[in-house]
Every structure is written in C-alpha cells, then in structure tokens.
Design a protein around this ligand. Structure first.
Ligand SMILES: *[C@@H]1O[C@H](CO)[C@@H](O)[C@H](O)[C@H]1NC(C)=O
Ligand SMILES: *[C@@H]1O[C@H](CO)[C@@H](O)[C@H](O)[C@H]1NC(C)=O
Ligand SMILES: *[C@@H]1O[C@H](CO)[C@@H](O)[C@H](O)[C@H]1NC(C)=O
Ligand SMILES: *[C@@H]1O[C@H](CO)[C@@H](O)[C@H](O)[C@H]1NC(C)=O
Length: 307
C-alpha cells in the first residue's frame, strides 16, 4: 500500500517533469497532498529511488532547479511523515502495553465477577432455606400465640376461681371453742334439769359459745364437731350429762364411781346445724358432775365446714 503510494508519487513527479519539459514551465511546487499520513520509513528508500530516477530524468530532460527544490520539499515531508510514524509506533507500543494491562485487569475482574455470581447464587439458595425456616418459625410463633391466648384465658379463669375461693375462705366463719366447767368442785344435784354453764374459756373463736348462758349458737349452716369430758370424784355418786341440739336430746352419758371414787366420761359427734341452731349440755335433775382447777370437765366444738 505504502509502496504503491510512493510509486504513485514517483509517477506524478515524472509526469510533471515531462510536462514541464514539454511546456517549458516548471514553477509549480504543490504536488503532494497534505493528508498522506500513512506513509512510513520505507518511503525514505523509495524517495532515494525517486531521486535517482529524477536524476536520470534530469539528465535525460532539461529540468529546472525548481523541481529540485520541490523534490527536497517532498523529501522533507516524507522524513516528517516517517518521524510521525515512529512516534505513532511508540504510542502504539504504549497503547498495546496498556491494552494488555487492561486485558489482565479484565481477566481479574471477570474472575471476581464469576466468584461474586457464585456467591450470590449460594446466598440466594441460603436465603430460600432461611426463608423457609423463618416461615415455619412464624407459623410456630402464631401457633404459640394462639396457645398463649388460650392459656391466658384459662389462667384468667383460674385466677377468678382462686379469688372466689379466697373470698369464700375469708368469708367462711371461723368457729372453735374449748371451755371448762368450773374451778369450784361439785355441781348438783338440782331438783330440775339445768343447762351446764362452762365458765372457763380456753378458746372461743367467733364467739359462738356464750359462757353466760352456756349455749353455743351456729353462725352458719354447716357440719360441726362437738366433744365433752365430764368427771366426778365423790363416792357413791352417779355422774351424768345430756347434750342438746336445740330442744332435742342427742345423747345422755352417765357412769358410777369406781373403787377409788374417780370417774371420767367422754363422748363426741358431728352434727349438721342450720344457722341459728343451738347446742348445749345439761345436767339431769338429781345428777352430779364435778370439776376443779385441773380442768377435768370440758366442752369443745368447731365448724368442720359450711354447707
Ligand atoms: C414464606 O411465606 C411467604 C408468605 O406466606 C411465601 O410467599 C413464601 O413463598 C414462603 N417461602 C418459603 C420458602 O416457604
Ligand atoms: C363408790 O365408792 C365407794 C368408796 O370407794 C364404795 O364404797 C362404793 O361401794 C362405791 N359405790 C358403787 C356403787 O360402786
Ligand atoms: C348426787 O349427789 C348427792 C349428794 O352427794 C347424792 O345424794 C345423790 O344421790 C347423787 N345423785 C346421784 C344420781 O347419784
Ligand atoms: C386450767 O385452765 C387454766 C386456764 O383457764 C390454767 O391456767 C390452768 O393451769 C389449768 N389447770 C391445769 C392443772 O392445767
């Protein structure tokens, strides 16, 4: 390509030379286009050939000195082009080196990109697994919330029950008493039956037993337990007492003195009472009972549970 361009230049030169020789003119100098940049140093050697040819032509034809000047100009241009081409080659080398570097960088980046894509795929599959676990956890949480709500309702109901029971318990009357008959020794005989008034108070929780009358009054409907022990130490005396529920005789107990004149008698029972019912012990007419500071004759009772 470059060779053929140089050859074209040579032909032009020759043609011009011949034309000038024929016409006798030779002052024109502008024979090379300014944009012939793709020439290289090969042009220089060909330029030499051109010169030689020119010399031959000059020897053969009658060439004016203007042509030589034109050729010199042409040669200078060719030299300039050669230098340009050299510079371009150098630039090209630099660009090649940069291109190689960029290619290397590109390979590195491609490797990193591949690694990143793999990582992303890995993360995506992990994310799917985690999402599934999250979903099942969420379901579990919802299930637990439902259970929790149910349990809360039951706890609430239980708390209400406990409160109700506590209220019932706090409202349940507390009833218990233990009383002793007397410190004064023998009681009786009397002509008529009398209510025994136990005047020594050991306990009287709820104040249901009245020591002034000797009568216990049930504060609530319920099951009550009562018990008594009576004692006598007089010789040849029959011991006895009656337990009354309202006006109804529930039991009668009696015994006689033994060989050393000490008799103890005990009995007890559970009674179902209505609120306001009364319980008391009585001494039958002509019978006897005794007590002293030893607290040998006692009467006890307590509420088992309300009904
Ligand atoms: C998790 O639940 C959502 C919403 O219910 C659903 O769109 C998604 O597909 C589920 N993911 C998995 C992995 O089960
Ligand atoms: C009561 O005790 C006295 C004195 O020990 C005795 O003499 C008497 O026989 C007793 N009475 C009876 C009924 O056992
Ligand atoms: C009660 O005691 C009196 C006087 O000690 C006696 O006379 C009477 O017989 C006794 N009563 C009974 C039922 O033993
Ligand atoms: C009898 O009861 C009274 C309390 O009422 C007490 O002080 C006394 O010690 C008791 N007697 C005996 C012998 O325990």
């Amino acid at each position: 390509m470059r060779g053929s361009a140089a050859f074209l230049v040579l032909l032009l030169c020759l043609h011009r030379t011949w034309a000038q020789a024929e016409s006798g003119e030779g002052a024109e100098s502008d024979i090379i286009q300014p944009d012939e940049e793709n020439k290289n140093t090969e042009v220089q050697s060909e330029k030499q050939q051109v010169k030689e040819t020119h010399d031959q032509s000059s020897s053969q034809t009658n060439i004016t000195p203007d042509i030589w000047a034109e050729l010199k100009e042409l040669r200078d241009m060719v030299i300039k082009q050669g230098i340009k081409i050299e510079n371009m080659e150098q630039e090209n080398t630099v660009i090649q080196a940069r291109l190689t570097a960029i290619e290397n960088e590109n390979a590195v980046l491609e490797a990193r990109l591949t690694a990143s894509i793999n990582e992303v795929e890995q993360l995506t599959s992990e994310t799917t697994v985690l999402e599934a676990r999250l979903n099942s956890s969420e379901n579990m949480v919802m299930e637990l919330k439902r259970e929790n709500t149910a349990l809360e309702a039951r706890v609430s109901a239980s708390e209400n029950e406990v409160k109700e029971l506590q209220r019932e318990n706090s409202e349940r009357p507390k009833v218990a008493f233990s009383v002793g008959l007397t410190d004064a020794g023998p009681v009786g005989p009397f002509n008529t039956e009398i209510t025994l008034k136990f005047v020594k108070i050991f306990t009287n929780i709820g104040q249901a037993y009245n020591p002034t009358t000797g009568i216990f009054t049930a504060p609530v409907r319920g099951a009550y337990f009562f018990r008594f022990t009576i004692w006598e130490n007089r010789a040849s005396v029959i011991l006895g007492s009656i337990l009354y529920h309202n006006n109804k005789r529930i039991l009668w107990s009696s015994d006689q003195n033994d060989t050393i004149s000490h008799v103890t008698l005990s009995n007890g029972l559970v009674l179902q009472l209505e609120k306001g019912d009364v319980i008391y012990m009585a001494l039958q007419a002509s019978y006897n009972v005794s007590d002293n500071t030893d607290n040998r004759t006692v009467f006890d009772g307590f509420l088992l549970f309300p009904l």
